[in-house]
Design a protein around this ligand. Structure first.
Ligand code: URA
Length: 261
Protein backbone atom coordinates (compact mmCIF):
# COMPACT_ATOMS: atom_id res chain seq x y z
CA UNK A 1 0.00 0.00 0.00
CA UNK A 2 1.40 3.49 -0.82
CA UNK A 3 2.70 5.48 2.13
CA UNK A 4 2.38 9.25 2.61
CA UNK A 5 3.82 11.71 5.06
CA UNK A 6 1.78 12.23 8.20
CA UNK A 7 1.77 16.05 7.85
CA UNK A 8 0.61 15.85 4.21
CA UNK A 9 -2.16 13.42 5.14
CA UNK A 10 -3.43 15.63 7.98
CA UNK A 11 -3.10 18.96 6.19
CA UNK A 12 -5.09 17.72 3.17
CA UNK A 13 -7.94 16.64 5.42
CA UNK A 14 -8.14 19.41 8.01
CA UNK A 15 -7.57 23.11 8.57
CA UNK A 16 -4.12 22.54 10.11
CA UNK A 17 -1.07 23.88 8.29
CA UNK A 18 2.09 21.80 8.11
CA UNK A 19 3.84 24.01 10.69
CA UNK A 20 0.91 23.62 13.11
CA UNK A 21 1.03 19.87 12.58
CA UNK A 22 4.76 19.85 13.35
CA UNK A 23 4.11 21.70 16.60
CA UNK A 24 1.18 19.48 17.56
CA UNK A 25 3.33 16.40 16.93
CA UNK A 26 6.19 17.74 19.05
CA UNK A 27 3.70 18.31 21.88
CA UNK A 28 2.55 14.68 21.65
CA UNK A 29 -0.94 15.56 20.36
CA UNK A 30 -0.81 13.27 17.32
CA UNK A 31 -1.35 9.53 17.48
CA UNK A 32 -1.13 6.87 14.80
CA UNK A 33 -2.92 3.62 15.69
CA UNK A 34 -3.04 4.76 19.31
CA UNK A 35 0.73 5.44 19.56
CA UNK A 36 2.04 9.00 19.97
CA UNK A 37 4.10 10.07 16.96
CA UNK A 38 6.33 13.09 17.56
CA UNK A 39 7.73 13.46 14.03
CA UNK A 40 5.37 15.03 11.54
CA UNK A 41 7.32 13.65 8.57
CA UNK A 42 6.71 10.05 9.66
CA UNK A 43 5.19 7.84 6.96
CA UNK A 44 1.74 6.33 7.29
CA UNK A 45 -0.57 4.15 5.19
CA UNK A 46 -3.70 6.26 4.59
CA UNK A 47 -6.08 3.34 4.09
CA UNK A 48 -4.85 1.23 6.98
CA UNK A 49 -3.68 3.58 9.75
CA UNK A 50 -5.86 5.51 12.19
CA UNK A 51 -4.64 9.06 12.74
CA UNK A 52 -5.80 11.21 15.66
CA UNK A 53 -5.12 14.87 16.32
CA UNK A 54 -5.96 16.07 19.82
CA UNK A 55 -8.30 13.11 20.21
CA UNK A 56 -10.19 13.64 16.91
CA UNK A 57 -9.85 10.96 14.25
CA UNK A 58 -8.81 12.28 10.85
CA UNK A 59 -10.83 10.40 8.26
CA UNK A 60 -8.90 8.79 5.44
CA UNK A 61 -11.24 9.93 2.62
CA UNK A 62 -9.62 12.68 0.59
CA UNK A 63 -12.74 14.81 0.17
CA UNK A 64 -15.42 15.87 2.57
CA UNK A 65 -19.09 16.52 1.84
CA UNK A 66 -21.22 18.40 4.34
CA UNK A 67 -24.93 19.02 4.10
CA UNK A 68 -26.03 22.14 5.99
CA UNK A 69 -29.58 23.23 6.77
CA UNK A 70 -28.83 26.90 6.28
CA UNK A 71 -30.56 29.36 8.59
CA UNK A 72 -31.32 32.93 7.50
CA UNK A 73 -28.69 35.64 8.00
CA UNK A 74 -25.64 33.80 6.61
CA UNK A 75 -24.04 34.35 3.20
CA UNK A 76 -23.17 31.34 1.02
CA UNK A 77 -19.52 32.27 0.70
CA UNK A 78 -16.11 31.69 2.24
CA UNK A 79 -15.46 35.44 2.28
CA UNK A 80 -16.91 37.32 5.26
CA UNK A 81 -16.80 40.81 3.72
CA UNK A 82 -20.61 40.63 3.33
CA UNK A 83 -21.27 39.38 6.87
CA UNK A 84 -21.46 36.05 8.63
CA UNK A 85 -20.74 33.12 6.32
CA UNK A 86 -22.10 29.59 6.31
CA UNK A 87 -18.53 28.39 7.06
CA UNK A 88 -19.04 29.55 10.67
CA UNK A 89 -21.75 26.93 11.04
CA UNK A 90 -19.43 24.03 10.24
CA UNK A 91 -17.70 22.65 13.35
CA UNK A 92 -13.87 22.82 13.12
CA UNK A 93 -13.51 19.04 13.09
CA UNK A 94 -15.62 18.84 9.90
CA UNK A 95 -14.04 21.81 8.11
CA UNK A 96 -11.11 21.53 5.73
CA UNK A 97 -8.94 24.29 4.27
CA UNK A 98 -10.36 24.11 0.76
CA UNK A 99 -14.01 23.69 1.69
CA UNK A 100 -16.55 26.02 0.06
CA UNK A 101 -20.31 26.13 -0.55
CA UNK A 102 -21.11 24.29 -3.79
CA UNK A 103 -23.97 26.55 -4.80
CA UNK A 104 -25.73 29.55 -3.39
CA UNK A 105 -28.71 30.37 -1.29
CA UNK A 106 -29.61 34.03 -0.66
CA UNK A 107 -28.74 35.45 2.75
CA UNK A 108 -32.39 35.24 3.82
CA UNK A 109 -32.98 31.78 2.27
CA UNK A 110 -33.02 28.54 4.22
CA UNK A 111 -32.35 24.89 3.66
CA UNK A 112 -30.08 22.44 1.88
CA UNK A 113 -26.60 23.68 1.06
CA UNK A 114 -23.72 21.39 0.15
CA UNK A 115 -20.20 22.29 1.26
CA UNK A 116 -17.24 20.38 -0.05
CA UNK A 117 -13.56 20.52 -0.92
CA UNK A 118 -14.13 18.33 -3.99
CA UNK A 119 -13.82 20.83 -6.84
CA UNK A 120 -14.71 18.27 -9.52
CA UNK A 121 -17.96 17.32 -7.83
CA UNK A 122 -18.85 20.96 -7.25
CA UNK A 123 -18.25 21.61 -10.93
CA UNK A 124 -20.47 18.67 -11.87
CA UNK A 125 -23.38 19.93 -9.79
CA UNK A 126 -22.99 23.59 -10.69
CA UNK A 127 -22.31 23.35 -14.40
CA UNK A 128 -25.38 24.64 -16.29
CA UNK A 129 -25.10 21.74 -18.77
CA UNK A 130 -25.37 19.09 -16.08
CA UNK A 131 -27.68 21.10 -13.86
CA UNK A 132 -29.27 18.95 -11.19
CA UNK A 133 -32.91 19.77 -10.34
CA UNK A 134 -33.55 21.44 -7.00
CA UNK A 135 -36.80 21.61 -5.04
CA UNK A 136 -37.80 24.55 -2.84
CA UNK A 137 -40.73 25.16 -0.56
CA UNK A 138 -41.94 28.74 -0.46
CA UNK A 139 -44.26 30.71 1.74
CA UNK A 140 -46.02 33.25 -0.44
CA UNK A 141 -47.37 36.63 0.54
CA UNK A 142 -50.65 36.08 -1.29
CA UNK A 143 -52.56 32.81 -1.79
CA UNK A 144 -51.32 30.34 -4.41
CA UNK A 145 -53.35 30.41 -7.61
CA UNK A 146 -53.87 27.28 -9.69
CA UNK A 147 -53.08 29.26 -12.88
CA UNK A 148 -49.43 29.40 -11.70
CA UNK A 149 -49.05 25.70 -12.53
CA UNK A 150 -49.43 26.28 -16.28
CA UNK A 151 -47.63 29.62 -16.33
CA UNK A 152 -44.55 28.11 -14.69
CA UNK A 153 -44.74 24.97 -16.83
CA UNK A 154 -44.70 27.04 -20.00
CA UNK A 155 -41.60 28.93 -18.84
CA UNK A 156 -42.29 32.21 -17.11
CA UNK A 157 -40.71 35.45 -18.40
CA UNK A 158 -38.88 37.51 -15.76
CA UNK A 159 -39.09 41.31 -15.57
CA UNK A 160 -35.73 41.62 -17.40
CA UNK A 161 -37.08 39.55 -20.30
CA UNK A 162 -35.28 36.31 -19.33
CA UNK A 163 -37.31 33.30 -20.42
CA UNK A 164 -37.13 30.65 -17.70
CA UNK A 165 -37.01 26.94 -18.39
CA UNK A 166 -40.25 25.08 -17.62
CA UNK A 167 -40.65 24.57 -13.88
CA UNK A 168 -43.12 22.42 -11.97
CA UNK A 169 -44.94 23.81 -8.99
CA UNK A 170 -47.55 22.42 -6.64
CA UNK A 171 -49.37 23.95 -3.72
CA UNK A 172 -49.27 22.28 -0.33
CA UNK A 173 -52.64 20.79 0.54
CA UNK A 174 -54.64 22.65 3.20
CA UNK A 175 -52.28 25.60 3.10
CA UNK A 176 -53.11 28.42 0.72
CA UNK A 177 -49.71 30.15 0.87
CA UNK A 178 -47.25 27.24 0.80
CA UNK A 179 -46.00 25.71 -2.46
CA UNK A 180 -43.21 23.50 -3.81
CA UNK A 181 -41.27 24.46 -6.92
CA UNK A 182 -38.72 22.42 -8.88
CA UNK A 183 -36.04 24.35 -10.79
CA UNK A 184 -33.78 23.04 -13.51
CA UNK A 185 -31.56 26.11 -13.64
CA UNK A 186 -30.11 28.51 -11.11
CA UNK A 187 -30.27 32.18 -11.99
CA UNK A 188 -29.81 34.96 -9.43
CA UNK A 189 -32.84 35.20 -7.08
CA UNK A 190 -34.65 33.00 -9.54
CA UNK A 191 -37.50 31.64 -7.44
CA UNK A 192 -38.27 35.06 -5.97
CA UNK A 193 -38.20 36.66 -9.41
CA UNK A 194 -40.44 33.95 -10.91
CA UNK A 195 -43.15 34.50 -8.30
CA UNK A 196 -42.74 38.27 -8.65
CA UNK A 197 -43.37 37.88 -12.40
CA UNK A 198 -46.53 35.94 -11.56
CA UNK A 199 -47.73 38.82 -9.33
CA UNK A 200 -46.90 37.29 -5.96
CA UNK A 201 -44.03 37.64 -3.48
CA UNK A 202 -41.89 35.02 -1.74
CA UNK A 203 -41.79 35.71 2.00
CA UNK A 204 -39.77 32.62 2.92
CA UNK A 205 -37.78 30.25 0.74
CA UNK A 206 -36.27 26.94 1.79
CA UNK A 207 -34.39 24.48 -0.44
CA UNK A 208 -35.44 20.96 0.42
CA UNK A 209 -33.67 18.79 -2.15
CA UNK A 210 -30.59 18.80 -4.33
CA UNK A 211 -31.22 16.25 -7.07
CA UNK A 212 -32.33 13.09 -5.28
CA UNK A 213 -30.70 14.16 -2.01
CA UNK A 214 -33.49 15.22 0.35
CA UNK A 215 -32.79 17.38 3.40
CA UNK A 216 -33.16 15.03 6.41
CA UNK A 217 -35.99 15.92 8.77
CA UNK A 218 -33.69 15.58 11.80
CA UNK A 219 -31.39 18.36 10.57
CA UNK A 220 -32.63 21.59 12.20
CA UNK A 221 -31.80 25.08 10.94
CA UNK A 222 -28.09 25.75 11.49
CA UNK A 223 -27.21 22.06 11.80
CA UNK A 224 -25.00 20.10 9.43
CA UNK A 225 -23.96 16.52 8.84
CA UNK A 226 -21.23 14.73 6.96
CA UNK A 227 -22.51 12.88 3.91
CA UNK A 228 -21.51 9.32 3.11
CA UNK A 229 -20.59 8.23 -0.38
CA UNK A 230 -24.08 6.84 -1.04
CA UNK A 231 -25.68 10.17 -0.02
CA UNK A 232 -23.40 12.03 -2.42
CA UNK A 233 -24.49 9.67 -5.21
CA UNK A 234 -28.11 10.62 -4.49
CA UNK A 235 -27.33 14.09 -5.84
CA UNK A 236 -27.32 12.55 -9.31
CA UNK A 237 -30.40 10.37 -8.86
CA UNK A 238 -33.71 11.60 -10.30
CA UNK A 239 -36.51 12.67 -7.99
CA UNK A 240 -40.17 12.31 -8.88
CA UNK A 241 -41.55 15.77 -8.05
CA UNK A 242 -45.15 14.67 -7.47
CA UNK A 243 -44.19 11.71 -5.29
CA UNK A 244 -41.77 13.97 -3.41
CA UNK A 245 -44.44 16.60 -2.71
CA UNK A 246 -46.92 13.97 -1.51
CA UNK A 247 -44.35 12.31 0.74
CA UNK A 248 -42.64 15.37 2.22
CA UNK A 249 -45.22 18.15 2.27
CA UNK A 250 -46.07 17.51 5.94
CA UNK A 251 -42.43 17.51 7.03
CA UNK A 252 -41.30 20.61 5.16
CA UNK A 253 -44.39 22.69 5.76
CA UNK A 254 -43.85 21.97 9.48
CA UNK A 255 -40.37 23.52 9.21
CA UNK A 256 -41.88 26.76 7.92
CA UNK A 257 -45.02 26.68 10.05
CA UNK A 258 -43.00 26.19 13.26
CA UNK A 259 -40.70 29.04 12.36
CA UNK A 260 -42.84 31.61 10.59
CA UNK A 261 -46.59 31.08 10.62
N1 URA B 1 -34.01 31.32 -5.74
C1 URA B 1 -34.02 32.46 -5.01
O1 URA B 1 -34.71 33.42 -5.32
N2 URA B 1 -33.23 32.50 -3.92
C2 URA B 1 -32.45 31.47 -3.50
O2 URA B 1 -31.78 31.57 -2.47
C3 URA B 1 -32.47 30.29 -4.29
C4 URA B 1 -33.26 30.25 -5.40
Amino acid sequence: MPQVRLDKFISERSEYTRSQIKELASKGRIKVNGQTVKKSDAKIEPDADTVEVSGNIIRSEKFRYILLNKPEGYVSSTDDKDGKTVMELIPPELRTKNMFPAGRLDKDSLGALLLTDDGDLAHRILSPKKHIPKVYIVKLDKPFQSKYIDIFLQGITLSDGYQCMPARIMNVENSEKLAFIELNEGKYHQVKRMFAAAGNHVDVLMRVSLGGLVLPEKLGFGQCMELLHKDVENLFRPLDFEVFCAEFSGIFSAFLINKYL
